[in-house]
Design a protein around this ligand. Structure first.
Ligand SMILES: Cc1cc2nc3c(=O)[nH]c(=O)nc-3n(C[C@H](O)[C@H](O)[C@H](O)COP(=O)(O)OP(=O)(O)OC[C@H]3O[C@@H](n4cnc5c(N)ncnc54)[C@H](O)[C@@H]3O)c2cc1C
Length: 381
């Protein structure tokens, strides 16, 4: 069973153990799915996605044990998340096109393909799947079983602990051959046999020769990315910060700068019980550390908190494409009525990287060293 921890200190301990135990083998071992508990990968994604821990923190931790050159692959993977987020910022219509399929909730049933059924169960039971299995699963969903990639993306959306609009939508598009146009990812039985350590071998069960004939692809120019106000993390009168699933550690930036703030945590419910329980426990850990943080789950309670604390300046986590929570007229008009200055704060990490994410990953990758320098991240050995 893949177990996920619920406190920041456990997450850090697990990451240190992974770094000191498995990370040196990551490049050669990461593509193997040995089954739960997936000791050969970090399983850090449900925390990174919510910035319960940040990319910056993760890399600083592992670079205490490794030189940059020795863990390039892992660093690159960390940047894949950033890249997908940035790419979707400059191509927001791609997410709107996917959203049009919200109602396509079809799920293949009783397929007779043992590995596929296993991964379906594993996802439902644990909220997690290994990256290679996500690729095989998506490929079988689309090409062998003939379901739309959008229905598959919806299935992941409803069940992944780490669900992220950018990584998920673009991951499914990539498998379907719509992201790297004309190059679908076709799952092969021999490849599954090898990389599952012979746990599965769906011989003669998969459609392995698939010709993609997608003539409907039109290319639109990426949108320019505008940097946001960098001066927001300064002392402001009656400063408030709202944490939510887009960033559960934003208040730490203020704390590091010894800026006084009031904080509330938007702890909205998730309809999936497993995900809801997971989130609830992360929220609890945050509140156990800072008892002054008020937990709220609707806009009315936030308005009350804003009034009670006489907030004049408000910081909210930046809402990238697919992650809108407060960027809604209902909320924005109300805080304008309260005469509150507000900013959706984009972390330096994203602000530095997103402008490079308009083309392919190989283009983006050339900037990784410069991005590490900008973040002042280096190996300490
Ligand atoms: C069809 C499909 C759907 C996906 N949906 C999601 C999703 O909704 N949310 C999500 O977080 N990831 C998604 N991924 C990416 C990837 O599978 C997961 O991030 C990874 O499996 C998380 O496990 P880990 O933390 O153990 O990874 P590790 O191998 O330990 O990697 C470390 C970190 O690097 C990042 N990373 C690694 N691989 C990728 C990748 N391919 N794309 C983006 N970031 C990556 C993640 O932040 C990950 O936590 C999807 C991939 C595919 C093929």
């Amino acid at each position: 069973m893949t177990q996920f921890s619920f406190t920041k200190s456990e997450v850090i301990t697990n990451l240190i153990n992974f770094s000191q135990g498995e990370l040196h083998n990551y490049t050669s071992n990461r593509n193997f799915d040995y089954g739960p508990p997936h000791y050969n990968v970090s399983k850090i994604s449900p925390y990174l996605r919510r910035r319960f821990i940040t990319e910056n923190e993760v890399l600083r931790i592992v670079l205490k044990d490794h030189k940059i050159n020795n863990i390039e692959k892992f660093i690159e993977e960390i940047f894949w998340r950033t890249y997908w987020k940035g790419w979707l910022e400059s191509h927001p219509w791609i997410y709107d096109e996917y959203k049009a399929y919200d109602k396509d909730q079809n799920i293949p049933k009783k397929t007779g393909i043992k590995c596929f059924e296993h991964w379906k169960e594993e996802l439902l039971d644990t909220g997690y799947l290994h990256n290679h299995s996500r690729m095989w699963f998506a490929s079988i969903w689309i090409f062998t079983l003939g379901y739309s990639w959008q229905s598959g993306a919806n299935f992941f959306k409803n069940n992944l602990l780490d669900y992220c609009p950018a990584s998920n939508t673009l991951g499914w598009r990539w498998v379907a051959g719509s992201q790297t146009i004309g190059k679908p990812y076709i799952a092969k039985a021999d490849n599954i046999k090898f990389f599952t350590n012979e746990r599965f071998y769906p011989r003669n069960q998969l459609k392995e020769n698939y010709i993609l004939n997608d003539k409907n692809i039109t290319k639109r120019k990426p949108k320019n990315f505008n940097r946001y106000d960098e001066n927001i993390l300064k002392k402001h009168e009656n400063l408030g910060v709202i944490l939510n699933n887009n960033d559960l550690s934003l208040h730490q930036l203020l704390k590091e700068k010894e800026i006084v703030y009031d904080c509330c945590l938007f702890s909205n419910k998730h309809k999936n019980i497993l995900i809801n329980n997971f989130q609830k426990k992360l929220f609890e850990d945050i509140r156990n550390k800072e008892q002054d943080i008020l937990s709220v789950n609707n806009f009315q309670d936030i308005y009350k908190w804003l009034k009670d604390k006489r907030i004049k300046n408000l910081i909210l986590p930046y809402e990238s494409v697919g992650n809108k929570i407060f960027y809604k007229n209902e909320f924005l008009n109300q805080i304008k009525d309260f005469d509150i200055n507000f900013t959706f704060y984009l972390r330096e990490w994203d602000a530095n990287a997103f402008p490079h994410a308009t083309k392919g990953f190989f283009n983006f990758r050339k900037n990784i060293n410069a991005l590490l320098n900008q973040a002042n991240i280096k190996s300490s050995i």
